[in-house]
Design a protein around this ligand. Structure first.
Ligand code: ADP
Ligand code: MG
Length: 271
């Protein structure tokens, strides 16, 4: 892996992935204010989020944990403008996402937020390089060679660029998906259980890439069941239950001293 700049632990100045758009390592990258999300209506109604307040500080790695169905994916979709909120407000940097029209939302999703899913969603007929550059092509933007090199080195795929997805392992495909998101120089990166579909021996190589990004100052929010990783890399932990954030704080402190019965039960199960 490239010897790239390391993060100073104060403000991440000089790190490549510090909010590439503004080179700012201070302030709030994203914010949810009293966000509610209701799916369906009547008997089929599901309240997925019940007044969630979240602040993602720049250059902070936020791990989000919680039982299945507790609203983790919904929260990330609302933050990314992939889903509308029923009530409340979402901001990415200074942009009020919940006030954007369709064109504004498209730009936001494409340029400000990198989203990586459990499924890689690569185009099978394109090479790794073409997949990485696809969002730029769709946006009609010319790739910047320096940034492309930075991104390719960050995911350690230099020798696989001409391969098509079927010629790549799951871990390599997921790293292509991460590079594709990074190519747009997003303000923040959201990862939703990105290692869940991988064979266990391939999980490490994807976590290594994520660790490197965090060390280089990328603002990240990560749904994960990897408690050890959250404790090691995470500077902030959010625990969700029943559509609410029930605990938050430094991961080591939260794990050591869970305040709610729900988190105590959760930890007892996964430990
Ligand atoms: P998690 O990611 O924590 O497992 P989700 O955010 O996916 O939880 O889901 C939260 C709740 O919202 C669940 O009860 C789920 O069934 C419901 N839900 C999520 N997406 C939809 C949808 N598109 N339509 C209806 N209900 C949904
Ligand atoms: Mg989910």
């Amino acid at each position: 892996m490239r010897p790239g700049p390391t993060v100073s632990d104060d403000n991440g100045e000089g790190s490549v992935f510090v909010d590439a758009a503004t080179q700012s390592a201070t302030g709030i990258a994203a914010r949810a204010i009293d966000v509610w999300k209701v799916y369906g209506s009547g008997e089929a109604q599901v309240v997925a989020l019940r007044g969630v307040d979240v602040e993602l500080e720049r250059s902070r790695y936020t791990a989000i944990m919680g039982p299945s169905g507790s609203g983790k994916s919904t929260l990330m979709h609302c933050l990314a403008g992939l889903d509308t909120v029923s009530r409340g407000e979402v901001y990415i940097a200074d942009v009020k996402v919940t006030g954007l029209n369709d064109a504004g939302l498209t730009t936001l999703r494409r340029e400000k937020v990198g989203f990586v899913f459990q499924q890689f969603n690569l185009l099978p007929t394109l090479s790794a390089e073409e997949n990485i550059l696809l969002p730029l092509a769709i946006a009609g933007r010319k790739p910047d060679q320096g940034w492309f090199d930075t991104v390719v080195d960050a995911v350690n795929l230099r020798d696989r660029l001409s391969h098509r997805p079927a010629q790549l392992s799951g871990g390599q495909q997921q790293r292509v998906a991460i590079a594709r998101a990074l190519a747009m120089r997003p303000t923040l990166m959201l990862f939703d259980e990105v290692t869940s579909a991988l064979d266990p021996e391939l999980v490490g190589e994807v976590l290594d890439v994520m660790r490197q990004l965090a060390e280089e100052g990328m603002t990240m929010m990560v749904v994960t069941h990897e408690m050890g990783f959250a404790r090691e890399v995470g500077t902030w932990l959010i625990f969700t239950d029943g559509g609410m954030v029930v605990e938050r704080g430094n991961p080591t402190e939260v794990f050591a001293n869970p305040q709610t019965e729900r988190l105590q039960q959760f930890l007892a199960k996964v430990l």
